[in-house]
Write a protein that binds this ligand. Structure first.
Ligand code: FAD
Length: 252
């Protein structure tokens, strides 16, 4: 018999919003911990705006400094940037449909098992959609969206105008199969202010330096446990500079 995972907890388990919380939920909730994927359900209107800014390789208008292209796609919402559109059409983990039932059928086909019950998914999404119409909603996901839009830069260029997932005008519906993977470490080697690696006794190991991600400068220690995206490189360079200077001073 195929086990059908329970719907996620009330908290907004959205990667990028609370990635650690999402991973914790996926890895520790008994009836879903055995799966190495989850699903992101969204609309075309959301993907056009919100996928667009999640990686420079997906943003040729930004990396090529194409201001007109940026305005067209981000601010005026005139279609997804090319790479995002290619994901939609060719991505192995992307499915799209006009009705939720068709979408769930495609999602189940992609995993080869009927893991998702369309009625349960519909209940979840309808509950979320109802909250969108409540100006005083206490739904954590809705509050998160509204909070993100308080900053004008994000409102204009990054966060889609709040709408119902099941609004046909925002469609088609899209399901993205998210696979769990590790793409960063939060360190492990303890160092001193000169980036000298410390041994188990807390003393510097002669001639051994550690800098960058391996020393906890890619998020983690230096920027707090939640490792704010986009703040990794600075700390990595900074600790590399400290290591280089200390090593050079010792050999001078
Ligand atoms: C997809 C992605 C997007 C990111 N986006 C951002 C961003 O927008 N902003 C930001 O600030 N940070 C970002 N980061 C994080 C940032 O890129 C890394 O934290 C940073 O590059 C780590 O630098 P590093 O020199 O410590 O390690 P790395 O760049 O991982 O360098 C380690 C090097 O050691 C080599 N190596 C490993 N084992 C051995 C061995 N045994 N012998 C010899 N060589 C070995 C590896 O090949 C590698 O070249 C991103 C990371 C990823 C994966």
């Amino acid at each position: 018999m195929v086990r059908r995972p329970r719907p996620p907890a009330a908290r907004p388990c959205l990667p990028g919003y609370d990635t650690l919380g999402t991973l914790r939920h996926l890895r520790t909730t008994e009836d879903i911990a055995g799966y190495d994927h989850s699903w992101f359900v969204l609309t075309r209107r959301i993907i056009e705006k919100e996928f667009a800014l999640s990686g420079s390789e997906q943003n040729p208008d930004i990396t090529a400094k194409d201001r007109a292209g940026f305005l067209r796609t981000r601010l005026l919402g005139k279609g997804a940037p090319g790479p995002v559109d290619a994901f939609l059409r060719k991505g192995a983990d992307f499915v799209s449909a006009t009705t939720l039932e068709q979408l769930v059928e495609k999602m189940n086909a992609l995993t080869g098992k009927p893991l998702l019950d369309a009625a349960v998914v519909r209940r979840q999404i309808e509950a979320r959609d109802l909250q969108m119409e409540n100006a005083y909603s206490k739904d954590a996901q809705v509050q998160g969206i509204r909070n993100a839009r308080r900053y004008i830069g994000d409102r204009l260029g990054r966060v889609a105008t709040p709408h119902r997932i099941l609004d046909p005008a925002a469609g088609p519906l899209i399901g993205v199969k998210l696979n769990i993977l590790t793409r960063k470490t939060l360190g492990g080697i303890q160092t001193d202010l000169e980036s000298r690696a410390l041994g188990a006794d807390g003393q510097p190991v002669e001639g051994l330096y550690a800098a960058g991600e391996v020393a906890g400068f890619g998020g983690g220690g230096v920027h707090g446990y939640n490792a704010l995206e986009g703040t990794f490189l600075g700390g990595c360079l900074f600790s590399g500079r400290a290591a280089g200077r200390a090593a050079a001073a010792r050999t001078a």
